[in-house]
Write a protein that binds this ligand. Structure first.
Ligand code: MEV
Length: 310
């Protein structure tokens, strides 16, 4: 047997960080960057190899596994959910999603691994079940995750997400042309999420008011996405970026890329995901796409990704 499972990256369009506190957020899957997990039969206990993640291989035997290791935890929880008993074989994980860059690498690795384990058992794991398991593993990556990353990565559809509420998928009135620019700086979401928590505890009223402003932007943005009001959507993106700066999760590099994209004619731009490093997203049209790409590279973007979300 040599079969493969996969899961996409993701980008948060609006509402990151505030979403941890019950504010809505909007995210899209990035289907052109993926994690692929290839299964091979062997007679040895299940081994997961993830060279792209610079990780040592992990072997899963029974209930003896390292709960602090995301691959081990994901594999063990999936095996438990499928009730398969000990497994033999090898799963090799390859990823083209940059790690610690806000593009959902952690959730995609978990989702692809969970699907591969199901495949080895000739069964399919339902998206709802898989998403719940990935969420458990996300706690290692994010501390107190909202659940948006596992949801958008597992269902691979644009979502309007509110923590602990039913998932809403959204439709695009017009395709969105987005350039993603990578600062090349790895940053742990867990640290940024923890710092926002500290800020919230220190200045609860002010921080809650910022979250509420973000919530208004997200709801306005949803209406713009559905009606195809792209110019207004761009303004909302930039406004969301300024509020994220207020939460102290942006950085000089992210701000520089956002400014460069706006100066070059982007309709809007913001950091995306946990922040501090990672990626910015810029909303462009046919007139500005080339100038924005050039400006991002000039401003130091290490890698660009172009997507049309629909
Ligand atoms: C990370 O992709 C998004 C954050 O809002 C954390 C979370 O929602 O779990 C920063």
């Amino acid at each position: 047997m040599n079969s493969q499972a996969s899961a996409p990256g993701k980008a948060i369009l609006f509402g990151e960080h505030a979403v941890v506190y019950g504010i809505p957020a909007i995210a899209i899957p990035l289907s052109n960057i993926r994690v692929r997990a290839t299964c091979k039969d062997t007679s040895h206990p299940l081994t997961v190899i993830a060279e792209d993640l610079a990780r040592p291989a992990v072997t899963i035997v029974g209930e003896e596994f390292d709960r602090s290791d995301p691959l081990s935890l994901m594999a063990a929880l999936t095996i438990r959910q499928l009730n398969t008993g000990d497994l033999t074989g090898e799963i090799r994980i390859r990823s083209d999603i940059p790690v610690a860059s806000g593009l959902g690498s952690g959730a995609a690795v978990s989702a692809a691994l969970g699907r591969a384990i199901a495949l080895m058992q000739d069964c399919v794991i339902a998206d709802g079940e898989l998403s719940k398991i990935v969420f458990e593993v996300e706690k290692l990556h994010h501390g107190t995750p909202s659940g948006i990353d596992n949801t958008v990565v597992v269902y691979e559809k644009p979502v309007y997400f509110v923590k602990d509420e039913a998932i809403e998928f959204i439709r695009f009135g017009e395709p969105l042309h987005i350039i993603i620019g990578d600062t090349g700086i790895a940053s742990l979401t867990r640290d940024a999420v923890a710092d926002v928590r500290t800020l919230y505890e220190r200045e609860p009223a002010h921080t809650a008011a910022q979250f509420d402003e973000i919530g208004d932007i997200v709801n306005d943005a949803r209406a713009c996405i559905e009606s195809g009001a792209t110019a207004r959507l761009g303004e909302l993106m930039t406004a969301n970026h300024h509020l994220l700066r207020g939460l102290n999760v942006s950085s000089a590099d992210l701000d520089r890329l956002v400014e460069a994209a706006l100066d070059a004619g982007a309709l809007g731009a913001k950091m995306s995901g946990g922040g501090r490093g990672g990626n910015v997203i810029a909303l462009v049209n046919d007139r500005s796409v080339t100038s924005v790409k050039d400006a991002l590279v000039q401003a130091g973007a290490k890698r660009l990704l172009e997507i049309v979300a629909r």
